[in-house]
Ligand binder design. Structure first.
Ligand code: ADP
Length: 431
């Protein structure tokens, strides 16, 4: 089903009201004009003129509504009703009562814009159109020469059909809206459930080896055997520390996501030597690179410094580097930092599994992944957080890749302090 925006639904409502009001107004105008011709009554010609004004205004309002100017359309319709009543009262005072009924029906035009319970709106709209049709139908015959019975019945039946149609169409629009919000709610619940199961699995994964290593260490320390060696114990501790770090990073990512959601991602820019910072991070990743069998290279031959939040910049490089090693299939990973005018460009390139073209944009969204959870662990949050940080700093991040061809992630950041772009997710605290 096509997804309608709230604005489109409003236009649909207005559009459909006009769609039904227009034939009714035209029908009455033609009836009045026919009587005016037959009776040569100035009064009736005036009445027809009044309705003509209203009809022309309705047609214009319809065009305005189609162009998305719903408010102007509604205002124009209101003025047209007023003009019609004025002209009508000048020329055909005895038709004033009937003409007054039309503004009442016009109120129904504005009803979709008022916030009321849906049922009350339909009932009022249908009731007002019904009153209008019934009263005009009742008044017309005594006031003017009796029109043929068939004509009377036809006009009345058409108006009643239009009235029912209007109500049904309004119900349809709300049914569409209801189905849309239901689908959105179901999607949100499914995403949440999936996230909870992935998140608990991810949080549990480091706990098992952590537990095993701590047990082994305890056993070895409480009853040292002939094979006991402090190096082995240190190895166990290193492994345990790695798992604790993994856990802390996962929790930190989850906290960041809720901070971003609440618009509380805070940046504290200070003057930083980026070249040294990148060097430190790359050095920190060397043991991990050795573990996965990837050669890690850094190309940074010029000094690059500027005003950035060092912790967040480090987090961005951390995310890109750990992905490059994770998805890099043991092939070389290259990091490059360069200054381009007032911008720093950071590139992380690997020759691993690559990313399908269809997923290149998507992977920067929350919980989005382009690999199966069975082959690679992960929450699908690293790139989302990366993009949020980079954009809050006034920069950009993009990925170029193809399946099996490796991936290149490029971050461009302004080195000067600049105002972050507006938006709830991009709020930077003063440094
Ligand atoms: P996670 O790695 O926890 O799944 P990320 O947000 O860091 O979450 O990455 C989102 C997805 O982007 C990953 O699941 C993976 O499919 C894809 N991806 C990210 N970096 C790379 C890369 N260097 N090579 C191939 N795929 C990548």
């Amino acid at each position: 089903m096509r997804e309608f925006s709230e604005e489109e639904l409003k236009q649909l409502r207005l559009g459909q009201f006009l769609q039904y009001m227009l034939p009714i107004a035209v029908g009455f105008m033609l009836t009045y004009a026919a009587f005016a011709l037959v009776l040569r009554s100035v009064a009736l010609t005036g009445g027809a003129g009044a309705i003509l004004v209203y009809t022309v205004a309705l047609a214009r309002a319809r065009r305005l509504a189609a162009r998305g100017q719903g408010e102007r359309a509604a205002i124009l319709t209101g003025y047209a009703l007023l003009a019609m009543v004025l002209i009508g009262s000048l020329f055909v005072h005895f038709l004033l009562v009937a003409l007054l009924m039309m503004p009442l029906a016009g109120v129904a035009l504005l009803l979709p814009y008022l916030e009321r319970s849906a049922l009350a709106r339909y009932m009022l709209a249908a009731f007002l159109v019904d009153v209008w049709v019934t009263v005009v139908d009742g008044l017309l015959p005594p006031l003017v020469e009796q029109p043929p019975l068939l004509l009377q019945r036809t006009v009345f039946a058409l108006a009643a059909v239009a009235c029912v149609g209007l109500t049904l169409r309004m119900l349809w629009v709300d049914a569409v809206r209801l189905r849309q919000s239901l689908a959105r709610a179901e999607e949100a619940v499914a995403t949440r459930d999936e996230f909870l199961s992935v998140a608990s699995h991810e949080l549990k994964t480091p706990l098992t080896p952590l537990n095993i290593k701590l047990h082994t260490l305890r056993r070895e320390l409480s009853a040292p055997s002939s094979t006991f060696s402090p190096e082995r114990s240190l190895g166990h501790l290193d492994m345990a520390q790695r798992q604790v770090k993994k856990l802390a990073e996962l929790v930190e990512d989850l906290l960041d996501v809720s901070r971003i959601g609440a618009g509380k991602l805070e940046l504290y820019p200070t003057q930083v030597d980026l070249a040294t910072l990148v060097q430190d991070v790359v050095r920190r990743f060397e043991p991990e690179a050795v573990r996965v069998g990837s050669a890690l290279e850094l190309e940074s031959d010029q000094p690059v410094s500027g005003s950035v939040d060092p912790k967040r910049f480090e987090q961005v490089l951390d995310n890109l580097l750990s992905n490059a090693l994770k998805y890099g299939a043991g092939k070389p990973v290259r990091v490059r930092l360069e200054a381009l005018g007032a911008q720093a460009r950071l590139t992380v390139r690997d020759e691993g599994i690559g990313i399908a073209t269809e997923a290149l944009e998507r992977i920067f969204r929350r919980f989005e992944r382009a690999v199966s959870g069975r082959n690679y662990g992960g929450l699908g949050l690293g790139l989302y957080i990366t993009r949020q940080i980079v954009e809050a700093s006034g920069g950009t991040v993009r990925a170029i890749s193809a399946p099996g061809q490796g991936a290149t992630f490029t971050v461009e950041l302004p080195l000067e302090v600049s105002a972050p772009p507006p938006g709830p997710e991009h709020r930077a605290a003063p440094g």
